[in-house]
Design a protein around this ligand. Structure first.
Ligand SMILES: [Zn+2]
Length: 292
């Protein structure tokens, strides 16, 4: 029927919660969250996803996971979920349970698609998105389309080298961005129990906390300078829990971007913005990804 809206559901499986949004075309009409309880095992999590998607009564289903899949929709690496996901079919049981095709997407890619299309980038055609939480991920939208890369592996910006002789990372490299600008890394450098405690201390002027957040901002700025010189996007979006530090993070980040890229990239036409969709970005992106 002409003019009918398409109802889509997006699910975002996090280490703590599964988020669900329902979109009618590109408008969020419903949002829901429930505990992931990955300690119950992969089969229970997959059943929970089927139940959540079925309730939404949608024609298209997308699911974002914090990790990597193979081409057949089996799990490869889900470091933040309990249980043995490696080699486990994911797309097939979801699709069978729902009687619908299911699109799987990495959560960093889902975040990027959502923020680029309906969030902070406002539909700009070329967008770099970085999401800084415990880990750091991201995605690139080029010409309005999400760039997945070979084996869908593009966007691992957390493993971008920012310090040549830095400490070893569990990816096998040294001096990766995540070692300095992930939320736990910042708290550790600040000598605080959590990222939130670090931000609170920095706001009262604690030197060690300010230094840790400043260093993270500078190094995210280095990564963005490198990416921006190469891609020349209209917008760069930074989100995730670390962005909650606000100007404590963004002031050194912008300064570093200017210092390293101003004479090469057209920074006067490149806007650096904070993500706007909040914790629902991954689920929104999963629903948009299902739409193709
Ligand atoms: Zn690494």
């Amino acid at each position: 029927m002409d003019g009918a809206v398409t109802r889509r559901v997006g699910l975002d499986v996090g280490g703590t919660n599964i988020k669900r949004v329902v979109l009618e075309d590109e408008i969020v009409v419903d949002r829901e969250s429930e505990p992931t309880r990955s300690e119950d095992g992969p089969a229970a999590v997959l059943d929970r996803l089927v139940a959540l998607a079925r309730e939404a009564d949608a024609a298209e289903v997308g699911v974002a996971f914090p990790g990597l899949f193979d081409a057949e929709g089996r799990g490869l690496l889900f470091p933040n979920l309990d249980g043995d996901w490696k080699g486990r079919p994911i797309r097939e049981p979801l699709s069978r349970g729902l009687g619908l095709p299911v699109a799987l997407v990495n959560d960093g890619h889902a975040f990027a698609l959502a923020e680029a299309r309906v969030g902070a980038a406002g539909g700009a055609p070329n967008v770099i998105c970085i999401v800084c939480g415990t880990g750091i991920g991201g995605g690139l939208v080029v010409g309005g389309r999400l760039h997945l890369g070979v084996d869908d592996r593009a966007g691992e910006v957390g493993h971008h080298t920012v310090v040549l002789d830095g400490p070893p990372c569990n990816c096998g490299n040294h001096g990766c961005l995540e070692l300095y600008a992930g939320s736990r890394a910042i708290a550790r450098a600040a000598g605080r129990p959590s990222f939130d405690a670090t931000v609170a201390a920095a706001r009262t002027g604690d030197d060690q906390a300010v230094a840790a957040i400043t260093r993270a901002g500078e190094l995210i700025g280095v990564a963005i300078a490198n990416l921006t010189i190469f891609v020349a996007p209209e917008r760069v979006v930074v989100g995730g829990g670390v962005a909650e530090a606000g100007e404590l993070l963004f002031d050194p980040l912008r300064a570093e971007l200017q210092r390293r890229a101003a004479n090469v990239a057209p920074l006067e036409h490149i806007e650096l913005v904070r993500a706007t969709l909040g914790p629902d970005a991954g689920a929104i992106g999963a629903a948009l990804f299902a739409a193709g």
